[in-house]
Ligand binder design. Structure first.
Ligand code: C2E
Ligand code: MG
Ligand code: MG
Ligand code: MG
Length: 277
């Protein structure tokens, strides 16, 4: 018995686990310097209408390149930045940078920026957004904020006035990864939301033979319709999905099948080419 318990204990500190712990500690050390050293950048992924394939906007996605640690995925460093509160200044940088870039896009496309729950609850978000809009000169209607369900649910009473102030500025609000975060739908009715992003897992399920799996994307579209929101299908990896998504009444698509996220200059070329085509 003791031996088995011992083994169990050892497993808690096995190599990959330990590595992850050490890695996180390294990230935590390197992160405070990252903004000042200019190690962050944004890449942009186009969002197209399903009808005519027009690019109406792009999502800004954060990248961190450290000289020794290399490129770290946002799914790894953003939780660390949230833990130590650094996501608040980092998020302000993302907002300003994304708004500045969007002013250069040829057809008035909008930019979607991911907002962390910590940033939303910081009490500084409205100010950050106002500053980014003023500094860049971007029309507020061209900025969309992507929020997660869990960020909206925790302290909904405090969140609602923040969302209403953002809406009053003219900024649009979307729910990211919709359907993966929380089981209650009642909050959707109470909050001013413009758009639901259909999570990639539901989009991928459209390729399976199981009718039950395929029905989830349809259900999200119906919820959105009922509440007068529009929908973006995320993680569309194959053009074969487009007819199905169109049939469901989905409005927009985003994913590798349309374009991979790309740096600002490459995106400008891509947008010009897409317009000429
Ligand atoms: P998200 O907002 O749901 O972004 C979509 C993610 O899916 C991005 O990963 C994107 O590169 C990836 N993706 C796009 N198309 C496809 C596809 O066809 N197939 C597959 N498999 N993946 C696709 P990325 O850039 O690694 O970002 C991961 C997550 O990190 C984001 O998920 C978002 O939650 C978070 N994140 C990224 N940038 C920011 C930021 O500036 N602030 C905050 N708070 N979070 C961010
Ligand atoms: Mg997003
Ligand atoms: Mg998403
Ligand atoms: Mg995601």
């Amino acid at each position: 018995e003791a031996k088995r318990a011992g083994e169990g204990h050892v497993r808690l500190f096995d190599a990959p686990m330990n590595l992850r712990f050490v890695e996180r500690a390294r990230l935590r050390q390197a992160l405070p310097e990252a903004l000042a050293r200019g190690e962050f950048s944004l890449v942009y992924q186009p969002q197209q209408t399903l009808g005519r394939g027009h690019t109406l906007g792009c999502e800004a996605l954060l990248r961190w390149q450290h000289p020794d640690l290399g490129l770290t995925a946002p799914e790894v460093f953003i939780p660390v930045a949230e833990d130590c509160g650094l996501i608040v200044p980092i998020g302000a940088w993302v907002l300003e940078q994304a708004c500045r870039q969007a002013t250069r896009w040829p057809d008035g496309q909008s930019v979607a920026v991911n907002v962390s729950a910590v940033q939303l609850h910081s009490g500084l978000l409205v100010q950050q957004v106002q500053h980014a809009l003023e500094a860049s000169g971007l029309a507020p209607g061209r900025l969309e904020l992507e929020l997660t369900e869990s960020a909206l649910i925790d302290g909904e009473e405090k969140v609602r006035p923040t969302l209403e102030r953002l809406r009053a500025l003219g900024v649009r609000l979307a729910i990211d990864d919709f359907g993966t975060g929380y089981s209650s739908l009642s909050y959707l009715q109470r909050l001013p939301i413009d758009r639901l992003k259909i999570d990639r897992s539901f989009v991928m399920a459209l390729t399976t033979p199981e009718a039950a799996d395929r029905s989830l994307a349809a259900a999200v579209v119906r919820i959105a319709r009922t509440l007068e929101m529009d929908t973006v299908a995320e993680g569309v990896e194959s053009l074969d999905l487009l007819p199905q998504l169109r049939a469901l009444g989905c409005d927009m698509v985003q994913g590798y099948a349309i374009a991979r996220p790309m740096p600002a200059d490459a995106l400008l070329d891509w947008l010009r080419q897409a317009r000429g085509a």
